[in-house]
Design a protein around this ligand. Structure first.
Ligand SMILES: [Zn+2]
Length: 313
């Protein structure tokens, strides 16, 4: 019988070919004049990812065939569950489930991604998976465009959530702890434990304590878990946590590398001018008189594998 680790592997393997199939489909069917950001296209791509991966699992000649993706229904947080094929599935008890997945999409050319990974750690399981699709509108001919998935990430969700939380705390944020809810809930009946509050003490999610609304008009802040924003650091302490976590944890490194590859300005900003200089030095690049921007450009041209070095910083 397939286990969660093998199911994870099967989903990773199926994702590359699934994205290629989605792109072929999008070229044929989803091509259009115009093509705007915020069109709901991201949600469609996430759904297509689920269907195409599911088909790949079904058509697999190996062990992958023993599992399939199911849509979560009701008010469950996750998008999909990976379940044992043709067996009884009960999402309430998780009978028949191998793991759960959340799929997020990000537009490569958007200034700030709207995608959020803000599930609180208490609700994530060790096996849960985070899928991120980076896409953009790409020309089909002289006048028409279609959405294309440019890159994807599939990995364990929990280490990324823990990294996100460590940086949240480094930024001055907190989490609601048992018995200390700002709403004054009784310890046993508080639904806010684990909810993030930002450095101003305001709630970051709609489900956070009502007494910590941002204002009369704005219900919650929603910076927490921004796919790019969560990696930002604004102090030496935060930068230290960023570097230590990246060095220590393969998943954190893979996620950081994925975001930095697709949003190179984030990488440029994360590392200081002296760090870029140090990195350039490792490749015998003469950085004299070069701006941080030019230095980063030069490193990227000279040594495409430079992120393995950055991980050690
Ligand atoms: Zn409460």
């Amino acid at each position: 019988m397939i286990d969660p680790e093998q199911a994870h592997e099967a989903i990773v393997e199926a994702t590359g070919p699934a994205c290629a199939q989605i792109n072929a489909f999008a070229k044929k069917v989803l091509n259009t004049r115009g093509g705007r950001i915020g069109s709901g296209m991201g949600a469609l791509l996430e759904a297509l990812w689920g269907y195409y991966v599911n088909n790949a699992l079904r058509d697999s000649a190996g062990q992958a065939r023993q599992c399939e993706l199911a849509w979560m229904y009701a008010h469950e947080y996750n998008d999909f569950a990976c379940i044992v094929r043709d067996q009884k599935w009960d999402p309430t008890t998780r009978e028949g489930e191998l793991l759960r997945l959340e799929a997020k999409s990000m537009v490569a050319s958007a200034d700030e991604s709207k995608a959020h990974f803000d599930q609180i750690v208490q609700k994530l399981n060790q096996q849960d998976i985070l899928v991120v699709l980076v896409w953009d509108w790409v020309p089909v001919d002289d006048v028409r465009v279609c959405p294309q998935i440019l890159d994807h990430f599939v990995g364990p969700a929990l280490p990324i959530a823990e990294f996100r939380d460590a940086l949240h705390i480094a930024r001055g944020g907190t989490f609601v702890t048992p018995g200390k809810c700002p709403d004054g809930c009784a310890a046993g009946s508080c639904s806010h434990v684990g909810e993030p509050l930002n450095e101003q003490g305001k709630r970051e999610r709609r489900t956070g304590p009502e007494s910590r609304r941002v204002s009369q008009q704005v219900s919650y802040a929603s910076n927490f878990g921004g796919m790019v924003r969560m990696l930002k650091t604004n102090s030496d302490a935060a930068r230290k946590i960023f570097r230590e976590s990246r060095r220590r944890n393969d998943t954190v490194d893979a996620y950081v590398s994925f975001i930095h590859k697709n949003f190179p300005n984030e990488e440029m900003n994360q590392y200081s001018a002296s760090e870029w200089k140090r990195l350039a030095g490792r490749y015998d690049i003469d950085g004299t008189g070069l701006s941080k921007d030019d230095l980063a450009k030069k490193v990227r041209e000279t040594a495409p594998e430079y992120r393995t070095q950055l991980r050690d910083f």
